[in-house]
Write a protein that binds this ligand. Structure first.
Ligand code: NAD
Ligand code: ZN
Length: 387
């Protein structure tokens, strides 16, 4: 069957690979009907993430029909229409039991990650060997561990485009709001008008935020978001300095909450080394420092943009003196997806608003190019492996 495979910096190919097989009693095999490209895939596309191997199968945001299940699978049956979570939890370990599925102890045994971070995190689909090196779902078939935990049944009444983003970026947008504690009346600033930032704005209004400002330099993305989210305000950081502009827009006692939906692939001071000695000079355009600088005293910061290793000269002084709270993390998808599905069914959340392209798998190499360059109006691509 066909799959999108990593070849090196800015190089993807569609290749023939063996069909995956059940290898553990809790597994499932999925015939993939939709599979999105995520901003996290750009870290791999740009070759910024350690631990990539040639021909690694990409993709962690997918759904489809269950093709086979192992003997221990209880709640998922062959023929079920399901969404797969980007990270895999076992459902039983210390972390999964506490809803920290992205910290699962049993789906990734990367020694390298343990050395770097003190503990290893959960296994991801279609990511680097640091997160287990599991083959991904930008493919006609995909292999899922612990199917009962990591697959969500979805009703036939909802088309793929309404539910496929439950696999990652809708829960991630929600997680950003949870981490920042967004609630009624809050004035929220969101860095990054990619699909994650746009859906974070959508979720913020749903939670009762009073004002939401979305920040980016790509004007087409800002106007795209504004056209879809009533009440949204935008700020182009190429035109205006963010700290002054935010003060002017929201007043001196805001933002109450800041959300980081950018990530290290835009971060000039990020270094591809895990040694303090290799750190570079301060870069004032550093997103995290700008966020710390802009957030009001006592405010909260939710970081879902992905970081790997060190970023430079973190402004711990401003963070401490202003009494800020910052929380970060990969999303525990399984903790949120049932509620989010319900709100999609009720028409309260419409994550499909970000999808601009639905393309056959064969066009994946071009789609990666456009998504990275933000050309061709590209905000979110969904690949269709059987078209
Ligand atoms: P994306 O690359 O499409 O969007 C990021 C946007 O940030 C781009 O539009 C870019 O122009 C903008 N940007 C760059 N520098 C900026 C700056 N200094 N200030 C404001 N905006 C800036 O990616 P995406 O798909 O929207 O994902 C966003 C981030 O979320 C990525 O880092 C991705 O890895 C991460 N992510 C995290 C999780 C999680 O579980 N935590 C899940 C999915 C994605
Ligand atoms: Zn993702």
């Amino acid at each position: 069957h066909s799959a999108v495979a990593w070849q090196g910096t800015k190089k993807m190919a569609v290749i023939d690979v063996p069909k995956p097989k059940i290898t553990n009693p809790g597994d499932a095999i999925i015939k993939v009907t939709s599979s999105a490209i995520c901003g996290s895939d750009l870290h791999l596309y740009l070759n910024f993430m350690p631990g990539m191997e040639k021909n690694a199968i990409m993709g962690h945001e997918f759904m489809g029909i269950v093709e086979a299940v192992g003997p221990d699978v209880k709640h998922i049956k062959v023929g079920d229409r399901v969404v797969s979570s980007f990270e895999m939890g076992c459902g039983k370990c210390f972390y999964c039991q506490r809803g920290i599925f992205s910290g699962c102890d049993n789906t990734n045994f990367s020694k390298a990650e343990e050395t770097l971070y003190g503990q290893h995190t959960a296994g991801f689909h279609g990511y680097t060997t640091l997160t287990g090196g599991h083959p991904g779902g930008q493919a006609q078939f995909a292999h899922v561990l612990y199917a009962d935990v990591n697959l969500l049944k979805v009703p036939d009444s909802l088309p793929d485009k309404k539910v496929v983003l439950l696999s990652d970026i809708l829960p991630t947008a929600w997680h950003a709001n949870e981490l920042g504690g967004v609630s009624k009346g809050d004035r929220v600033a969101i860095w990054g008008a990619g699909p994650v930032g746009i859906l974070a704005a959508h979720c913020a209004f749903f939670r009762g935020a009073e004002r939401v400002v979305l920040i980016d330099e790509v004007e087409s993305r800002l106007s795209f978001a504004k056209a879809r989210i009533p009440g949204l305000e935008t700020l182009n950081f190429k035109e205006k300095k963010v700290p002054a502009a935010l003060k002017e827009m929201l007043g001196p006692t805001a933002p109450d909450v800041s959300i980081e939906a950018v990530g290290f692939h835009y971060c000039k001071s990020w270094v591809h080394k895990f040694e303090m000695a290799a750190m570079l000079e301060t870069d004032p355009s550093e997103t995290l420092n700008e966020i710390i600088y802009c957030t009001r005293k006592g405010g909260r910061i939710g970081v879902v943009g992905v970081y790997s290793g060190y970023t430079n000269h973190y402004n711990i002084g401003a963070f401490m003196e202003k009494g800020l709270t910052m929380a970060a993390g990969q999303t525990p998808v399984q903790k949120y997806w049932k509620d989010l599905l319900k709100w999609i069914e009720e028409g309260k959340l419409t994550p499909e608003m970000v999808i601009t392209h639905e393309l056959p798998l064969s066009q994946a190499p071009q789609a990666y190019k456009d998504f990275n360059a933000k050309t061709d109006g590209c905000v979110k691509v969904v690949l269709k492996p059987w078209q």
